[in-house]
Design a protein around this ligand. Sequence first.
Ligand SMILES: *Cc1c(COP(=O)(O)O)cnc(C)c1O
Length: 368
Amino acid sequence: MTEPAPRPLPHLSGLVPYKGGTGGGRAQVNTLKLSANESPLGPSPRAIEAYRAAAGALAAYPDSASGGLRGALAESFGLAADWIACGAGSDELLGLLIAGFAGPGDEVLISERTFMMYEISARAHGAGVVKVPDRDYRADVDALLGGLSERTRIVFLANPNNPTGTYLPGSEVRRLHRGLPPHVLLVVDAAYAEYVMADDYESGLELVSEHRNVVMTRTFSKIHGLAALRVGWAYAPAGIVSVIDRVRGPFNVSTPAQEAAIASLGDLAHLEAARAHNARMLPWLTSELEGLGFTVVPSAANFVLAAVPGGGAASAALEAHLQGEGIHIRRFAGEGLEGFIRVTIGTRPALERFLAATKAFLAAKGRS
Ligand SMILES: *Cc1c(COP(=O)(O)O)cnc(C)c1O
């Protein structure tokens, strides 16, 4: 063929799509997926019931305003409903914030070793991305403030951070905010907020209430166990919510997703069970891995990042061994995390199976 093909925008060249954790899609028999930070307890039975009930309404477009869900969130968290925006996962909201506030010629400022979607979305919208070093696997407030320029429009902070699992105390997030000019938007991505046990943690709710340039995003994909439905929400000043409303698709959250999320908010016992499970298993998995010679980054979330003894080559061999056993973890090659794996807090039997397979791998490696 010699006809010229339509050409994508130049800023899209070299942009690589997000890679989800392996082992995904519909669960396969005996496959253990510890690669995407999903909830081992699954959704609330009430959410499943609401999802099924929504099958009766599939011919109708969803509520464009996600009114019921915004009302339920407002009540649960004691917020004003017109300060809440809902999206198809918090991923969509992160992209909508970029669409609304940063484009070609602008910069988005992030830490190294953070959630990949900030960079992917920023570049997809033609914005530049400035990455500054972190410190001890934690966002470094001074480095972030040092990375500001006249072009900076948005600072993204994942708190707790993915993939490191570390968090910044509220005082540090406030110090970051104090150093930003008022026209720069601070987006605090609190996807793992519910798991944090530390007293000095703040999800960002108060900071949003107190200022005009802060947004907090949350998700139903993690502790609520509803990743397949794609529901997230943002808490932001009403003016920012209205910008999101202008750039989003009119029916961005489906009816089954809205209904299941509302039902999930009402099941506090399920939420508490998921939190308690994580609080028990996180220190346990950490010490088990340390006992096997891994260096584990202290985590406040529902996963751990751990350096495999033997480094990059060993981590690739471990991943292959685990996959042979039907166990999927997330391995990093590059991104400043060569030799690291990330393991989701699964059920106790799941983690025991992962540890047994890892022990067998290390024993075989020791013999060879
Ligand atoms: C998992 C995750 C999300 C949630 O994404 P959804 O689109 O809501 O499923 C957002 N931010 C971070 C840092 C995450 O790890």
